[in-house]
Design a protein around this ligand. Structure first.
Ligand code: AMP
Ligand code: ZN
Length: 487
């Protein structure tokens, strides 16, 4: 079955055609690590996870890159303006910008694990790729697309082929294409031209030497340089929130097209925003919630919600539809998740039956996710499956297969699988995503009867302190090896 995705560049659903079917290459604009990710950010990163999981379900191997923007926002000027309380607080506690970035990078990875995101293959840090950014500016200079003075370098957008067509932002309509909010635009010829390099103000911790003096790179060149390094000038899919379409994606794209003459990403997938009472969730709007907030629950309620509940909540809506967050909506999604799990567990305990019905349901599920990642429809098929009278191992393997995409724990916790596998209560803790990924990989090697590869993976899983227990036909359960420490 063919995967169709909505491509924001051509503004239509297109059949997905990877350049190299053996390795679908994906780039996602990652977090700026100066604060905790809010659940709006996480909804956008969920899109990458659903995309990767769907591609794997359909039999593709994936190579996914997500950058970590660990500078830029940590700007002394903004700090002095009191723009960032988190940094201000951390500084007050005697922390450096690097420590702040390291802290929130870890916090972000923890959120990703809690959201059951498959880890990216590479998480390049912007601060570790400045030489690549400098070479890219060099390449742009050679093409006559750079001007500036006093240590400021700008990209001349009139030198980029078809600038503005991608986002529909047309020349002259744009906002000043810079994220720092500083009064540094005095040398710019037009509002869309954007900063490639800025001089470092005294006391700036993140600074690098360059042919243009000590300074630091602009935001758009960061993603351009990191995607070029890890994915090349032509890769398959670029992911981000819809607000990044302009200026960020228009500009990263302009950089790569101008420097290399190549296409850059073949397909652009954008996630719609998470809103609160019609307003985009953001730190500056003061309406943000984090996963920790969800776990605490609404003020005064006394009970909270798990990251899996939030994941389920997100799956009830298509990624391209704006989602209005409400506590009632989350509560309803949490109840629906529990009911769905219970129904799967009950069905799994019945006699094995319904092989043909399961094959048809499986095809429907595949059709739903192949239709631009239609998770609401995929969930509806899961509900339909438990009402269809199928039972036992048939249900178990459907659940395991579908949860490889949905990852909401269709047969989780006290479920039949754990009992069958003899995994005790205390051992049913969260398995690190990297271990889960190896287990899934081992499953597919095993299905292809590549036993040496499957065994090698099992050894790697064991080295990480886990073992796979082959529970029923085609299903495997991960169990922590007692007495080993998580790594
Ligand atoms: P930032 O850390 O601000 O660079 O944002 C990280 C990612 O989250 C980007 O892809 C944004 O487009 C996305 N994003 C920001 N706000 C929201 C929101 N309210 N809902 C969904 N995605 C968002
Ligand atoms: Zn980016």
């Amino acid at each position: 079955m063919r995967l169709y995705l909505y491509d924001s560049a051509s503004r239509g659903k297109v059949p997905f055609e990877p350049a190299d079917p053996g390795r679908v290459r994906i780039y996602t604009c990652g977090p700026t690590v100066y604060r905790y990710a809010h659940i709006g950010n996480l909804r956008t990163y969920l899109l990458t996870d659903l995309l990767v999981r769907t591609l794997r379900y359909l039999g593709y191997a994936t190579f996914s890159v997500q950058n970590i923007t660990d500078m830029g926002h940590m700007h002394q000027g903004q700090l002095e303006l009191g723009e960032d309380r988190v940094i201000a607080a951390a500084r007050a506690a005697g922390k450096s910008a690097r420590e702040i970035a390291a802290f929130f990078t870890e916090a972000y990875f923890r959120d990703c694990r809690r959201m059951a995101f498959l880890p990216a293959d590479v998480y390049p840090r912007a601060s570790e790729h400045v030489p690549e950014m400098i070479s890219l500016v060099d390449a742009l200079e050679e093409r006559g697309a750079v001007y500036g003075e006093g240590g400021y370098l700008y990209f001349d957008v009139t030198k980029a082929p078809g600038y503005g067509v991608f986002s529909g932002a047309g020349l002259g309509e744009g906002e000043p294409a810079d994220r720092t909010g500083e009064a540094i635009h005095r040398h710019k010829k037009r509002p869309e031209d954007f900063t490639l390099w800025m001089p470092a103000e005294p006391g700036r911790e993140f600074r690098w030497d360059s042919p243009w003096g000590p300074g630091w790179p602009g935001w758009h060149i960061e993603c351009a340089a990191m995607s070029l390094k890890y994915l090349g000038s032509e890769f398959d899919i670029h992911v981000g929130g819809v607000d990044l379409r302009f200026p960020h994606h228009e500009n990263s794209r302009a950089v790569v097209l101008t420097a290399t003459g190549k296409r850059f990403a073949a397909l652009w997938v954008h996630a719609a925003h998470l809103l609160v009472e019609g307003k985009k969730m953001s730190k500056s709007a003061g309406n943000e919630h984090t996963l920790d907030d969800l776990e605490k629950g609404p003020p005064g309620a006394g009970t909270g919600f798990s990251p899996a509940d939030f994941r389920h909540y997100c799956l009830t809506l298509h990624y391209a539809s704006p989602m209005n967050f409400t506590w009632d909506g989350l509560a309803a999604a949490a109840r629906a998740r529990i009911r769905l799990q219970a129904a799967f567990r009950r069905a799994a305990l019945r006699e094995t039956s319904g092989g043909n019905a399961a094959a048809a349901l499986s095809a429907e599920f595949r059709g739903a996710i192949s239709d631009d990642l239609n998770m609401p429809r995929a969930l509806a098929i899961a509900h339909k499956a438990v009402r269809s009278g199928i039972g036992g191992d048939v249900v178990r393997s459907l659940a395991a297969e579908w949860d490889g995409v949905l990852a909401v724990g269709l047969l989780s916790e006290s479920g039949a699988e754990r009992e069958r596998a003899g995994v005790g209560e205390g051992e049913a803790e969260e398995v690190p995503p990297a271990v889960e990924a190896m287990a899934r990989e081992r499953e597919s090697r095993r299905r292809e009867r590549d036993y040496p590869a499957a065994d090698a993976l099992r050894e790697k899983i064991r080295a990480a302190g886990y073992d796979v227990v082959d529970a029923a036909e085609g299903t495997a359960v991960l169990r922590k090896i007692p007495g080993t420490r998580e790594r």
